[in-house]
Design a protein around this ligand. Sequence first.
Ligand code: NAP
Ligand code: ZN
Length: 360
Amino acid sequence: MALESTPNHTQTVAGWAAHDSSGKIVPFIFKRRETGVNDVSIKVMYCGICHTDLHFVNNDWGITMYPVVPGHEITGVITKVGSNVKNFKIGDRVGVGCLAASCLECEFCKNSQENYCDQIQFTYNGIFWDGSVTYGGYSDMLVADHRYVVHVPDNLPMDAAAPLLCAGVTVFTPMKDCQLVESPGKKVGVVGLGGLGHVAVKMAKAFGHHVTVISTSPSKETEAKQRLGADSFIVSTDDEQMQRGKRTLDVVLDTVSAQHSLGPILELLKVNGTLALVGAPDRPIELPSFPLIFGKRSVKGSMTGSMKETQEMMDVCGKHNITCDVELIKPDQINQAFDRLARNDVRYRFVIDIAGNSKL
Ligand code: NAP
Ligand code: ZN
């Protein structure tokens, strides 16, 4: 871990935290570090509610450090810059995603792949360089090292852009790895039409692909096609539809948050096809061997994106005018939003209006 000295935690911040695995969110006052030489301070405007936040507040993965202040889909405005910071100035519209710190020295950090640094620390539930636990964007102010901050293109609204910081980059990087960015003509499947899934559909369409949504929710078909631009829709619980879809897709992105089998999804891939898994259920998912070996198919994982990829994704979204479909809520509605997210009842991302700028 690089040696970085961070000054004392003196700045009082109002936020919202869960204190135990009941997952209930309550107001929480805490301290953040002073704005160091490499830091920027950000007045938080909006923060998306990622399903990961729900996994963390409920301690689904058994790694939550309470109290936890969730939030890693943050947009806001710079209010202070440290003396080493050259690429941001006061008033800039910026975004912060999942990453808060990395070692800066390993091959991944040196190669702009710091999301795979084995000492990576996250925006919340991480341990920062000074040993303090990180608190996320469900709060009115953030201090972030400038190396983990990106610019938000001028044409993107701050509320609908917020979920790009996690959902957007998480689906962008596997698309890039599979040569789908700005290189049209492939058949792309998106499994799970939630926060991640709906941005994946928009991106894949903007890049010129034929997009099939694979969903457990027949009620999402009309919207998927008319609002998001999907070409085709398969209800995954309908065997006949799944049969018809066999061997039709080049790449599938699996964004499902719950345990499921990859077998039927793999069957949808052509020979040599790739299934990129980004969903992170708490229990192992089933990976039967036959659909893998009979189709020479691959399954690969992907963890958010590097900061370079995050800025690239923001710029690509600016170019194509890609934003998220959001339901804006006030901070005192976070618990209701969590309940609805757990019931798969959101179109397609809740975003908290932290600064109270919108007309709700
Ligand atoms: P979300 O908005 O809740 O969407 C998940 C979707 O999965 C739902 O909309 C639903 O789509 C489908 N689904 C839910 N329960 C299901 C079940 N039992 N069987 C089959 N499908 C089901 O969640 P999200 O915010 O997009 O996040 C999705 C997952 O990605 C979470 O596990 C999250 O932790 C993970 N994640 C990973 C990364 C990473 O870096 N790899 C980053 C962010 C999030 P349908 O109604 O269409 O079936
Ligand atoms: Zn997330």
